[in-house]
Design a protein around this ligand. Structure first.
Ligand code: PLP
Length: 478
């Protein structure tokens, strides 16, 4: 035992080694010293507790591994990634990428001060979401608008302001869970409104809503089932029917449309996505949607509706708790401006350009990538396959998009190991495991990223099998 400990070089000896000297030059010396100490502590600990004999690596190799460990420890988990999952609006990967001009707008207001709540000509105080409201009205035809932190926040605020302590009637078939953490019944409870479920999972008629209306009713609500579909023997009351019923009983109709398409997406093969403008036109009193789904903007929740209702909503104290900052407003404004003109939107908004990429284009790119990927040491085979991409935006995406992928088989080890090696590499690449292969689906990959995928796969180290790496020097050491 003690012999093994004697093989561990001193901290000073290690700091004198080339890899750690280089690290000291780039980083802070104290941080490197503390990293070396922590690593050696872990190593001693492992040597003491290990059942079998562990060899301490040669000092030069040990120094190399310590340097790598310190670097990896300092790399934040949040980093840019290449999305080869085929899911366009992947919540785990940050949903919609922003337009270049939206990024510039963010940088400009972030660098210094900005007239966030000041009317420029008069110098008087103004509403921070005023410009966004102007654009939203113009694009959607709504009477008034507000912007908050996200759609969950928009729903919470709307229900708290309009229906606290009263019943909100919702169809059983629309009580959705999105992304595992968003459940309408829970948001409703937090808002102080009472959920009144009507109908059955597959059928809810307008008469069901009608029968549930009473003295306690505060609103009627419709929720777009964005991440699942009830098929077969189904029926849901239409928005027009709900609007007519609401008007007869002086009850607001709240329409949570989820992804919030501003442009008609049917030419891209996406059908059944409700358009924001259609909801407004059909007479919904309040329309709710996310800013970072099909709008292609920053995370935010958009509330459109009748002027009196929006004013009532804005007076609620939660408005302040859910407000958006200048960075997101700048990105949102520029995104909305791009939506004025469909062609400009398609050219400039990354989400729309990815969505409008033809399957033939994806196939060609997959064919160019496959032989280069097949030539990488970590890869046994790389085959061009047809693959379904998804719109996403919820946990179980339902809208599928025609597309192409390169399907990889690992040269060594398991598929999960290959997928992990790609995730932790530089650049980080996220694929999708499907039928015993790792798919690199091109639907959500920008053409400029194609060659970076090849670089990422080339860089994967393939350890010859049989080389046991002691625990203490792996990334899990801490
Ligand atoms: C995505 C979604 C939400 C939640 O929106 P966030 O912006 O993630 O808070 C709520 N309702 C529906 C119908 C959705 O699709």
């Amino acid at each position: 035992m003690s012999n093994v400990f004697r093989n561990i070089p001193s901290v000073n000896e290690l700091l004198d080694s080339p890899p750690l000297r280089q690290l000291v030059e780039r980083a802070n010396r104290n941080a490197v010293v503390s990293g070396v100490r922590r690593f050696l502590d872990n190593l001693r600990n492992d040597l003491q507790t290990a059942a079998a004999d562990i060899k301490v690596p040669h000092p030069s190799e040990l120094a190399e591994r310590i340097a790598q460990w310190i670097v990896s420890e300092e790399t934040p988990n949040l980093r840019p990634v290449i999305n080869a999952t085929g899911i366009l609006l992947h919540t785990g990967l940050g949903r919609a990428p922003l337009a270049e001009s939206a990024l510039q707008a963010v940088a400009e207001v972030a660098r210094g001060y900005a007239s966030l709540e000041v009317d420029v000509p008069t110098g008087e105080r103004s509403q921070r979401v005023r410009d966004a409201e102007t654009w939203l009205k113009k694009i959607t035809g709504a009477e008034a608008a507000a912007v908050v932190n996200n759609n969950a926040g928009a729903t919470l605020l709307t229900l708290a302001a309009l229906a606290r302590g009263r019943e909100v009637i919702v169809s059983r078939g629309q009580l959705v869970e999105i992304g595992g953490s968003y459940r309408l019944p829970e948001v409703m409870e937090a808002s102080g409104a009472k959920l009144r479920e009507v109908g059955t999972t597959n059928k809810t008629r307008i008469d069901d809503y009608q029968a549930a209306i009473g003295a306690d009713t505060g609103a009627l609500m419709r929720v777009h089932a964005s991440n699942y579909a009830i098929v077969g023997f189904t029926e849901q009351a239409s928005l027009a029917e709900l609007v007519a019923l609401g008007a007869r009983h002086h009850l607001p109709v709240i329409d949570d449309i989820g992804s919030g398409a501003v442009q008609d997406l049917s030419s891209y093969g996406v059908s059944g996505e409700p358009l924001v403008g259609d909801s407004v036109q059909a007479g919904a009193d309040v329309v709710l949607f996310s800013g970072d789904k099909l709008l292609g903007g920053p995370q935010c929740g958009i509330i459109l509706g009748r002027k009196a209702l929006i004013q009532q909503i804005l007076q609620h104290p939660l408005t302040r708790a859910l407000r958006v900052d200048k960075l997101r407003l700048a990105a949102l404004l520029e995104t909305l401006r791009l939506h004025q003109d469909r062609e400009a939107a398609e050219r400039s908004l990354p989400l729309l350009s990815l969505l409008s990429t033809s399957a033939a284009n994806l196939q060609q790119r997959a064919q160019r990538l496959a032989p280069q990927l097949a030539a990488c040491p970590a890869v046994k085979s790389a085959e061009v396959v047809e693959s379904q991409g998804y719109l996403g935006g919820g946990s179980v995406p339902s809208q599928s998009l025609p597309g192409w992928a390169v399907a990889l088989e690992p040269a060594r080890g398991s598929l999960d190991e290959l997928a992990q090696a790609l995730r932790i590499g530089t650049p980080a690449v996220f694929g999708r495991i499907h039928k015993d292969r790792l798919l690199l689906d091109l639907r959500a990959v920008f053409p400029r990223e194609d060659m970076r995928i090849v670089e990422a796969v080339q860089q994967i180290q393939t350890h010859p099998s049989g080389e046991a790496v002691p625990n203490a020097v792996s990334d899990e050491a801490s």
